[in-house]
Write a protein that binds this ligand. Structure first.
Ligand SMILES: [Zn+2]
Length: 180
């Protein structure tokens, strides 16, 4: 297992809040037992923008993220402020692909502003953190958890995200211990 300690790299996409990305990168490492690098930011690719939907196509971003990998084992987490979609999903808050080792999170719908509420950085950061850990867990080939309190619980609504804790449940902890 020691030979498999590839890095996690965080890629800021577009004009994403750097303080938040920095904090996220610092907190991810100890959870997965990996070192984390923040790469130089990448522009939001024009070709991913869908004018009709006013959203970005997540798969194009995922392909771009895959290309920054320094090795096949490296894991990439991209973060952006823009709204994302997939052909079968009206919007995407977080998405990952274990085969390519890439994850993507969007702050668009986790910001309080989206709901017409005053901005609350600590709340937004906590949601970003939970989403990112859940997505990275997929890259560690962990399946989504059924425990609504576990950080690895599949949650698409803000209520679900806010309700879950910032920690893995005992089952997930054990699963991760085998994989990290
Ligand atoms: Zn769990």
């Amino acid at each position: 297992m020691a030979l498999l300690k590839a890095k996690v790299v965080v890629v800021p996409l577009g004009e994403v809040d750097f303080m938040m990305i920095n904090r996220l990168a610092t907190n991810i490492g100890p959870i997965f037992g990996r070192s984390v690098d923040i790469l130089k930011g990448m522009k939001m690719p024009e070709e991913a923008y869908n004018v009709v939907r006013n959203q970005y196509y997540a798969n194009i971003l995922m392909n771009k993220l895959e290309r920054v990998k320094a090795s096949t084992k490296e894991m990439v987490l991209g973060a952006c402020e823009e709204d994302l979609y997939l052909p079968d999903e009206p919007y995407v808050i977080g998405h990952s692909d274990a085969v390519s080792g890439t994850s993507l999170v969007s702050l668009f719908r986790i910001r309080q502003e989206f709901y017409g509420l005053p901005e609350d950085e600590s709340k937004v950061y906590t949601r970003l953190f939970k989403q990112s850990i859940h997505q990275l867990a997929h890259l560690f080939e962990m399946t989504s958890c059924r425990n609504p309190r576990c950080i690895n619980y599949y949650s698409q609504s803000m209520i679900d995200i806010d309700r879950k804790s910032e920690k893995f449940c005992d089952i997930c902890k054990r699963q991760l211990a085998d994989k990290k």
